[in-house]
Write a protein that binds this ligand. Structure first.
Ligand SMILES: Cc1ncc(COP(=O)(O)O)c(C=O)c1O
Length: 354
């Protein structure tokens, strides 16, 4: 039996249309800027995000790292959410490669940063007239939407604008980066354009390889100057991909309107999953908090903990991730409504309710 894989939306495999587009893609050497399909993807991405330019890169982690390195000088400080992907799950790249200091701020349940806390955290440090020589200078504020470890939480444009304005009101040089790995999920959940959610940010990264279903790739979007720098940084980090048009062809399909709109189905599946799980013994899940395709819940029961439940579900053909005391399930286009029902039946069997 094929497992029902709810570990992440990154597990989606390219469908037949994507595979056909890969075979037919016009390609060139993208490091020389010669790949027409990559160029079309970058133009399309820039348009969808409402920024002048974009750069195709191998991963979301590299997209974030490039955006940070392009805007935060070595030795400066960046403000990040304490549960953000940048702070918790990018292999310490910001210390080792970007050479910046991270200053974590607590997010609320919706993944938002409190504007007053942002304002208070800004450091006017060395290198600036009157700056405090004990402190690095804050150069960048990083936001995340949807917020992965806040359970796919969504913030609206006004929330992000409030945090960005708070930062800039205290320090006009500050740039704002939005980790929008799943920005299209946020746009669909809120019923707004991806552009409107990107407005407050100087740079935006988003992934094609998650719910949008492409096999590989992310984009960094921003001003033309920023993307010129991003191009050099991508080279430096080893992210130049030569005939990447075979991947960009999938990215173009991933960004088509109907493929974006179908993310709503994943959101409905995640909500249904949460409702079903919440009714099972030992599980704490809050279906009302599920806004997009990510669901976190806790389990503690007579038979064990989160790690035990992960193993027990795996034995029943349902894959998910135990992350500390919590379990994560992520819905995506390779999981059907019938498989959601099957996953719930498996969970009921494991927990002795079937
Ligand atoms: C919010 C967020 N940002 C960045 C990334 C990194 O993306 P990638 O796995 O493509 O490097 C992820 C991956 O799950 C993510 O959830």
């Amino acid at each position: 039996m094929t497992p029902i894989d709810l570990r992440s939306d990154t597990v989606t495999a390219p469908d037949a249309t994507m595979r056909k587009a890969m075979a037919a893609a016009e390609v060139g050497d993208d490091v020389f800027g010669d790949d027409p399909t990559v160029r079309r993807l970058e133009e399309r991405a820039a348009e969808r995000i409402g920024k002048p330019a974009a750069l195709f890169v191998p991963s979301g982690c590299m997209a974030n790292l490039i955006a940070v390195m392009a805007q935060a000088p070595a030795g400066s400080e960046i403000l990040v959410g304490s549960r953000s992907h940048i702070h918790t799950a990018e292999a310490g790249a910001y210390a080792r490669l970007a050479q910046v200091n991270k200053w974590p701020l607590a997010e609320d349940a919706q993944g938002r940063l409190d504007p007053d806390a942002v304002r208070a955290a800004i450091h006017v440090g060395y290198g600036l007239p009157g700056g405090n020589s004990h402190l690095p200078t804050t150069s960048l504020l990083c936001l995340e939407n949807t917020h992965n470890f806040c359970g796919g939480a969504v913030q609206n444009a006004a929330d992000m604008r409030a945090a960005a304005d708070a930062a800039r009101s205290r320090a006009p040089w500050i740039k704002v980066h939005l980790d929008g790995a799943r920005l299209f999920n946020a746009a669909v959940a809120l019923g707004v354009s991806s552009k409107s959610l990107a407005e407050a940010a100087d740079s935006v990264s988003f992934c094609l390889s998650k719910g949008l279903g492409a096999p590989v790739g992310s984009l960094v979007c921003g001003s033309r100057d920023l993307i010129v720098q991003a191009h050099a940084l991508r080279k430096m980090l080893g992210g130049g991909m030569r005939q990447a048009g075979v991947l960009a062809a999938c990215g173009l399909l991933a960004l088509e309107e109907d493929n974006v709109a179908r993310l709503a189905e994943d959101h409905a599946h995640a909500r249904r999953l949460a409702e079903g799980l919440a009714a099972l013994p030992g599980i704490s899940a809050d279906p009302a908090a599920v806004r997009t395709n990510i669901l976190f819940f806790e389990y503690r029961g007579p038979k064990g903990d989160a790690a035990w439940l992960q193993r027990a579900l795996e034995a029943e053909g349902v894959r998910c991730l135990a992350l500390g005391a919590r379990l994560r399930m992520v819905t995506h286009r390779d999981v059907s409504g019938a498989q959601i029902d099957e996953a719930l039946r498996a969970a009921a069997r494991v927990l002795g309710k079937a």
